[in-house]
Design a protein around this ligand. Structure first.
Ligand code: APR
Length: 249
């Protein structure tokens, strides 16, 4: 099923980086931005809710929208793609899992070498002082206030028009630059700067592997474009990679 050159390359590679996007969580039923616009929220445009401006105008509305999305995500469980990636971490001495997802499902599946480019919906941060927290009480005031400075708490995610966390971006770029193999999985590869990472890795000589049921703007650069669902391809690839040589004869 997989090209033997790809498998032998993977069996000897030491430095691997992976970029994941919404497609990896699709099989867990995590709704994308658009899918989350149902019921009460159907008339709101996500681009109008996930912005610093929206939060300034109506912090309670934005807080409620994220509480709704957080509840949808809380019901989701990791899928075979998340578990396969967690297992891959143990196979390579230098492995980085760069994700654009805010759902924390990679961590739930056991991955540890995670670089969260767009934040994490399970954390909040103070809109004033930037301190983060993973527990809060919004039973009295919405949004609740920062216990350090009294500023309003907001989800610790990257909104439209905001910069990515500089440390995460820096680590992601370094991982892309030193990778011998770079996987781009379940991402439309259009949102910058994440979309530049596969290009950067390719330029530095990495083998670029895409896993996606559809073509994306980086498909023409990919050495291997594996068409299909991440939850099916990744476990099969892991199995093929780790199968004992003798069994392959
Ligand atoms: N397996 C693999 N890929 C899949 C699957 C699947 N089962 N299902 C869908 N896909 C692919 C789609 O073909 C598409 O290319 O996942 C990609 C999802 O693309 P987007 O929805 O654009 O998600 P992503 O690339 O993560 O978006 C980047 O944009 O919405 C903002 O900040 C948000 O982090 C997000 C960023």
């Amino acid at each position: 099923m997989f090209p033997s050159e790809l498998l032998s390359f993977l069996r000897t590679a030491e430095r691997v980086a992976v970029l994941t996007g919404a497609g990896v969580s699709a099989e867990s039923g995590v709704p994308t931005f658009r899918d989350a616009q149902t019921g009460l929220w159907a008339s709101y445009d996500p681009a109008q809710l996930a912005t610093p401006d929206a939060f300034r105008r109506n912090p309670a509305l934005v807080w409620d929208w994220y509480a709704y999305r957080r509840a949808l995500i809380a019901a989701a469980r990791p899928n075979p793609a998340h578990y396969a990636l967690a297992e891959m971490e143990a196979l390579f001495p230098d492995f980085s899992l760069i994700t654009q997802n805010i759902d924390a499902l990679h961590r739930a599946a056991g991955s540890r070498a995670i670089i969260e480019l767009h934040g994490n919906i399970r954390r909040v941060k103070c809109a004033e002082c930037g301190k983060t927290a993973s527990a809060w009480d919004d039973s009295r005031e919405k949004p609740p206030r920062c216990e350090h400075c009294g500023g309003l708490l907001r989800p610790d995610v990257v909104w439209f028009g905001e910069s990515l966390p500089p440390d995460a971006l820096q680590r992601a770029m370094e991982a892309a630059e030193r990778a011998q193999v770079f996987f781009s999985i379940g991402t439309s590869a259009v949102v910058e700067p994440a979309a530049s990472l596969p290009r950067m890795a390719r330029r530095k000589g990495a083998l670029l592997v895409e896993i996606n049921p559809e073509a994306t703007p980086i498909t023409p650069l990919a050495d291997y474009a594996l068409r299909g669902k991440a939850g099916e391809i990744l476990p099969a690839l892991l199995e093929a990679m780790t199968r004992r040589q003798s069994l392959r004869k």
